[in-house]
Design a protein around this ligand. Structure first.
Ligand code: DC
Length: 219
């Protein structure tokens, strides 16, 4: 079984995906990681984010193990890391070079320790539309920008990182704008996706609703 969970930044995709992966025994691919891995390499080497050729080169060379290694860096999940990921993800040449790596995971899904899985859960922006249009279950998770900014702000604080709520809110809005307006792969729900607005829902409620959606689809 393949499940896709798409939606804007900080909508709760990661938490929901991990919980669903555990419940259904699926391997999990957080596709934002491919763009974070490319963006982080530019940041770390002081390469300007507008240097499309270098971004494409880093995308071309990216492998799964290299991405996992880069994900250990403290800045991988930082606000700067998210911004860099969002910028490089707007380059069609970068997206094209990262396509096979993402698509292939569905053909050969593996858990983090390398053991094979019977299916996969993807989280991202275009996994139900571009990466895995064949997925059996597609959910588009969303929430108001204020709720998402508060969740992201709480995450930064919990990790001991410094953060300013108004700045996080401005970043969330800027990222939505960029992600939604990319020419080749704008973030939008697949025609057959179920839309789940989590603004007023707890993590548990979101999970239970998603399980209902999955059960109804696979019946
Ligand atoms: O989900 P995230 O915050 O880790 O994603 C970082 C950036 O990567 C996001 O701003 C847009 C981009 N992205 C994308 O374009 N397509 C995906 N499938 C996943 C992420």
């Amino acid at each position: 079984m393949i499940i896709t969970i798409d939606g804007p930044a900080a909508a709760g995709k990661g938490t929901l995906s991990s919980k669903l992966a555990e419940k259904y025994g699926l391997a999990y691919f957080d596709t934002g990681m491919v763009y974070r891995a490319v963006g982080l390499q530019l940041l770390k080497n002081n390469v300007d984010l507008s240097d499309i050729a270098t971004a494409e080169k880093r995308a071309e060379e990216l492998t799964f193990p290299k991405m996992m290694e880069l994900s250990k860096d403290r800045d991988f999940r930082s606000a700067e890391g998210g911004h860099a990921a969002s910028v490089v993800s707007s380059y069609p040449g970068v997206r094209a070079r990262l396509l096979d790596m993402q698509k292939n995971f569905a053909k050969n899904p593996v858990f983090a320790d390398g053991t094979p899985a019977n299916g996969a859960i993807y989280d991202g922006r275009d996994t139900g539309t571009v990466i895995c249009p064949q997925a059996e279950v597609k959910i588009f998770v969303t929430a108001s920008s204020e709720v998402r900014a508060k969740r992201r702000y709480d995450e930064f604080i919990a990790k001991g990182m410094s953060a300013d709520y108004n700045q996080v809110l401005a970043d969330v809005k800027a990222r939505d704008e960029r992600d939604a307006n990319r020419k080749d792969a704008p973030m939008k729900p697949a025609d057959d996706a179920v839309i789940l607005d989590t603004s007023d829902m707890s993590i548990e409620e979101v999970f239970n609703k998603a399980v209902e959606i999955v059960e109804a689809k696979i019946k």
